[in-house]
Design a protein around this ligand. Sequence first.
Ligand code: URA
Length: 210
Amino acid sequence: MLDHLTVVTHPLVQHKLSLMRKKETSTSSFRRLLREISLLLAYEVTCNLPMTTMQIETPMEPMEAPVLEGKKLALISILRAGNGLMDGILELIPAARVGFVGLYRDPETLQPVQYYCKVPDALDSRMTIAVDPMLATGNSSVAAIDLLKAQGAKNIRFLCLLAAPEGVARMKEAHPDVPIITAALDSHLDTHGYIVPGLGDAGDRMFGTK
Ligand code: URA
């Protein structure tokens, strides 16, 4: 059973995150670091997946070998920044089913506005991992999880790179059953809803936009 909040303190994760935070880190380095860090975070978020065994034969003898149980995982990218985190995870879990939830943040109200939703079938029998690098106000994360639950998802985890205390509290209030896995819990949000010290706009930094 995962806690409501897990901060992955592994030295490789922390080192790579610090490089990503630096304002002079280039778009290509940022993308490479994000892909590398997402592999390490994927390892953590899948740490206690249910297992079963299957009968196989090694070149030496038959054995009952451990394998993952149940239906393929569903990975849900919260657009657009979620895609950067998802690419690395898919390298580790290539058979995962993939979905997308499109939400943008209204710059005035900071409230999420949905513009896209396409998710795998049978979410009720899949572990569902929602990914978004930044858990800031929590408004869009809560809205995305609302959507996934409305589509039947029951066993959901939320994976991000950075979390603000405000977003963690909002998620705990709205979705106490959804564990959050992150590489860092930062200090606070600024008046525009950006995480401080943070790393700036994750989408802009990974896609080279402004
Ligand atoms: N989204 C971002 O990309 N960065 C933040 O700091 C907060 C939300």
